[in-house]
Design a protein around this ligand. Structure first.
Ligand SMILES: Cc1ncc(COP(=O)(O)O)c(C=O)c1O
Length: 397
């Protein structure tokens, strides 16, 4: 199958590399895990992609593996150069490499920041719906979780700034965790919104933890702005969690770069990481991240434009149905309001009736029982097949 598609790609330059069906039939692959009784599953849930990483990333890993030695690594100047170059080229953000902590994951970086920069029972605020493990980290570390619900206005989610200010004041919130672009509602926060959030945090002496793992997936008409890049004051209070893992489909390699400009905050987070023993990059994470950030620009641009095509397809084919697709400005995760179906368990309904596995809304908010999240980072033929199956259901028409 793979070979056949490669051949088609060679013969027909009109096809994109992202059209290739990559074989993920691997018993250790979470996204494509088999479900009893289903032999034609379309997995559109976990946030990784069904595309191969760029050749340069694969080659760098093969080259490293061929050395046959996998000792402890320490990133050198070439790693820093790749990282800093990417931030500058892609987001116009100047970062001093000395302010970067390298860790085995973004959620780990956030967890260390929570432990280092707040105390037990302190309040930490998040905007929901939000990628579930973040709330779990806040609660699991004995902090008081404060939720400000994002508000759906038309088809676009917005921050309720009155609610945010009230909750910050009433709960004496010490830390705000931002997700930009926001998983799952697909917002890319604007400069105005970020400045408003920043003002509230500065005024209330709060720390900002900004999860920017989806920063490279931003669509036409939108730009990713790291909140730390907006002013010296914001730079001083922000922990920015970044990673090449989503962008280049290397999530299984687990590597993150956490930017903390303030020396004392960075030392505190570093101290927590040393106390756990989980810090630094593994050799493959280091090699893959460096290759991605050195050679990945063109591939990334092409990927974003391909994904934009998938998004347009979903929007146009589902328009006029009972499924309401919310606006997506960033990420490859579409947040769909299925409340018109009135199902108790919407994701299960689709799994049973179409053999498509979506993420359940309740992974992101207890209130989102009527929502599903659709991962469209797969070949267009797969998106079309999924849409065919969905549209064949009388319930959605
Ligand atoms: C917003 C967000 N943050 C963090 C992660 C996980 O990052 P890591 O595997 O580096 O902890 C994900 C994965 O889906 C995510 O969507």
């Amino acid at each position: 199958m793979l070979k056949a598609l490669r051949k088609v790609n060679d013969d027909c330059p009109c096809m994109s590399v992202f059209d290739e069906i990559v074989d993920r039939n691997d018993p250790e692959d979470i996204k494509h895990a088999k479900i009893d009784g289903i032999d034609d599953l379309i997995p559109m849930w976990v946030a990784d992609m069904d595309f191969k990483s760029p050749d340069e990333v694969i080659d760098s890993l093969v080259e490293q593996a061929k050395k046959g030695v996998f000792g402890y690594p320490e990133a050198d100047g070439s790693y820093d150069k790749a990282l800093i170059g990417w931030y500058k080229r892609r987001y116009g953000w100047e970062v001093d490499p000395k302010t970067v902590l390298r860790l085995p994951g973004v959620v780990l970086g956030m967890t260390y920041a929570i432990r280092a920069l707040t105390k037990e029972h302190d309040s930490v605020l998040i905007f929901e719906p939000l990628y579930g493990p973040i709330a779990k980290s806040v609660k699991g570390n004995g902090r008081n979780l404060v939720i400000s619900d994002l508000v759906l206005k038309g088809s676009r989610y917005e921050i309720d700034f009155d609610d945010l200010e009230t909750k910050v004041r009433e709960n004496n919130v010490k830390m705000l965790i931002l997700c930009n672009p926001h998983n799952p509602v697909g917002r890319v926060w604007t400069r105005e919104e970020l400045l408003k959030i920043g003002d509230i945090c500065i005024k209330n002496h709060m720390v900002i933890v900004s999860d920017e793992i989806h920063a490279d997936f931003v669509y036409s008409g939108h730009v990713h702005i790291p909140i730390a890049s907006l002013s010296e004051e914001l730079k001083k209070i922000t922990v920015t969690c970044t990673s090449a893992t989503k962008s280049f489909n290397i999530a299984g390699i687990q590597a993150a770069n956490i930017v903390i400009a303030d020396d004392s905050m960075r030392r505190a987070v570093d101290k927590v990481s040393l106390s756990t023993g989980a810090y630094g990059l593994n050799i493959m994470g280091l090699v893959a991240t460096r290759a991605a950030y050195t050679y990945g620009d063109k591939w990334m641009d092409e990927l974003v434009s391909y994904l934009e095509g998938n998004i347009e397809l979903v929007k146009s084919r589902l328009s006029g149905t009972k499924l309401k697709v919310t606006d997506i400005e960033g990420t490859y995760l579409m947040w769909i309001d299925a409340s018109a179906l009135g199902m108790d368990d919407t994701a299960k309904f689709f799994l049973d009736n179409t053999h498509i596995r979506f993420s359940e809304g309740t992974f992101f908010s207890k209130k989102a029982t009527q929502f599903i999240r659709m991962n469209i980072a797969c070949p267009r033929s797969v998106v079309n097949e999924a849409l065919d199956r969905m549209l064949s259901l009388p319930e959605i028409n």
